[in-house]
Ligand binder design. Structure first.
Ligand code: NAD
Length: 510
């Protein structure tokens, strides 16, 4: 403990080691039909720690047979789960949320150790996950109500019913929170789930499955199969009993999943990559804009789909903004993710670190200037730590402006006026989020109409409100989550038309 009584690095590390011991001692398997399962093939892969690249444990590399076992369990559990009265389902999902909150410390420490995400952000992981469950739990009773659409001689009404067993495939960046964002509405809708967590950060998905059983989910309602994307993930997307795939990850993987799911006509929902612009106009509140720009690219290690990774800055304020950015960069705290003061932890994997660092050479070759932030302490050399950096004087046609880097790295591009700012913002294959800073209300509304992004924040960092639609345009996604949008994906809408017996029924023959 620190002098103030709040946990410090030593106490966090000691507790994390205790929570992680089980994963070191025995291999992490699957969770199928309400209980742990080892996996049919016996094949495993090693999960390494981003802090030092030492093994955190062995993980079962699930294959098509494990997916089949999980899909069978989800199919068998579906009719009873579908028919659980809504009030009971709501109570059960609230209990799920209570138990997530009860294990908040464990979830935060395991998540931080497995992903390298700083504990200051992961401390909120359980609370946000619990909120996802509570939000959709409260909406479960109304989820099946549809519209009344009366016509002159008929009465039409619509019902929504859960689509069936669904597959959820998640990425490694903030796995616990993200998984609950997909799984909570599926369960609230009455679907059963097979979850395939990311192979680079699989640990907290098992905690989630365990909590589900403790909360009283019937066996088979939430199943987890670990494994590699090309094997376990692919088999899930191809399984005929899985009616829909909710996927969060890379745009290229989204394309693959669409193709893999085509023979079984899979319904798909994709939350994919981004290269999101933040536009700083000269009339903006620059103090607030700078805070938001820095927060939205350097928090969560920059491993964030909604990060503002392209700063478009108006010529007249560009020098001042860059100078202030550079000063801030040098004060960012890179360090051990379990240290409470750390703002940037190690990146998930050496392969990802090399990819991110590779963009420094790309930037130099392309003619941009590299601003380097706070250095990495020598005692952290074994981990995947990188210093934060920014590319100044970039052009929008450079790779550093077009490709998702997914690290603590900002690309800065100047613009002359609003027309050019919008053109630059939209000249990219992605369309997840856009941020703009201006005090001109008319311009704010014009930007809102013209920017090609599923979510736009004006004078704000990414501020989430669960009822609002979440998702991207272009290569950033297909479909929306949030509020009723999530239920629409996990449910079938059925129209029922009942005649008042007043209309003339066409008569053929005698
Ligand atoms: P990824 O696409 O490599 O992997 C995501 C998941 O897909 C993993 O579980 C992986 O095993 C699985 N997978 C891989 N190949 C598969 C296949 N052929 N069939 C089925 N499943 C397969 O993505 P990642 O590197 O884990 O995550 C980073 C990406 O996720 C970034 O592009 C980021 O922008 C995106 N992301 C998007 C959002 C969003 O809401 N839009 C949120 C977080 C992350």
């Amino acid at each position: 403990m620190s002098a103030t009584g709040s946990p410090n690095l030593a106490t966090n590390s000691e507790k994390a080691a205790r929570y992680l011991a089980r994963f070191r001692e025995s291999p992490l398997g699957h969770f199928i039909n309400g209980k742990p399962a080892e996996g049919r093939s016996g094949k495993r892969f090693t999960n390494i720690s981003p802090l030092n690249n030492e093994p955190l444990g062995e993980v079962a590399a699930g294959d098509a047979r494990d997916i089949d076992d999980a899909a069978n369990a989800a199919r068998a559990a579906f009719p009873a789960w579908r028919d659980v009265p809504a009030a009971k389902r709501r109570a059960l999902l609230h209990r799920f949320a209570d138990l997530i909150e009860k294990r908040a410390e464990e979830i935060a420490l395991v998540e931080s150790s497995d992903t390298g995400q700083p504990i200051r952000f992961m401390n909120a992981a359980a609370a946000r996950a619990a909120e996802n469950f509570r939000f959709f739990a409260d909406r479960a009773p109304g989820a099946r109500d549809g519209l009344a659409l009366p016509a002159e001689e008929h009465f039409n009404f619509t019902l929504r019913q859960p689509i069936g067993p669904v597959g959820i495939i998640t990425p490694w960046n903030t796995p616990f929170m993200l998984s609950t964002w997909k799984i909570a509405p599926a369960l609230a809708a009455g679907c059963t789930v097979v979850h395939k967590p990311a192979e680079w950060s699989p640990l907290t998905a098992m905690l989630l499955a365990e909590i589900g059983i403790e909360a009283g989910l019937p066996p088979g309602v939430l199943n987890t199969v670990n494994g590699l994307g090309e094997e376990a993930g692919k088999a899930l997307t191809e399984h005929p009993d899985i009616k829909a795939i909710g996927f969060v990850g890379d745009s290229a993987t989204g394309s693959a999943i669409m193709a893999q799911g085509a023979p079984t006509l899979k319904r798909v929902h994709f939350e994919l990559g981004g290269k999101n612009p933040v536009i700083a106009f000269a009339d903006a509140d620059l103090d607030r804009a700078l805070d938001a720009v820095v927060f939205m690219i350097y928090s969560l290690n920059g491993e964030r789909c909604t990060s503002s990774s392209r700063l478009l800055v108006e010529h007249s304020i560009a020098r001042e903004f860059e100078a202030r950015l550079q000063a801030r960069l040098s004060t960012l705290r890179v360090g051990h993710p379990l240290a409470p003061e750390t703002e940037i932890g190690p990146l998930i994997h050496p392969r990802h670190r090399d990819k991110v660092l590779g963009y420094i050479e790309v930037a130099k070759r392309e003619g941009a200037r590299v601003l380097e932030g706070a250095a990495v302490a020598a005692d952290l050399a074994a981990g995947n730590y990188v210093r934060p950096f920014a590319f100044i004087g970039a052009r929008n046609d450079m790779r550093i402006a077009q490709e998702e880097i997914f690290g603590p790295c900002l690309t800065v591009i100047e613009f002359a006026d609003e027309t050019e700012a919008v053109a630059l913002a939209n000249d990219v294959r992605y369309g997840l989020t856009a941020y703009a800073w201006t005090r001109d209300v008319g311009r704010a509304h014009r930007l809102a109409r013209r920017l090609e992004a599923g979510m736009i924040w004006i004078n704000s960092e990414n501020n989430r409100h669960l009822p609002t639609p979440f998702g991207g345009m272009k290569a950033s996604g297909v479909g929306r989550d949030g509020g009723d949008y999530s239920f629409d994906f996990y449910m079938e809408t059925k129209n029922i038309c009942i005649a008042l017996d007043t209309h003339k029924v066409p008569r053929l023959g005698g």
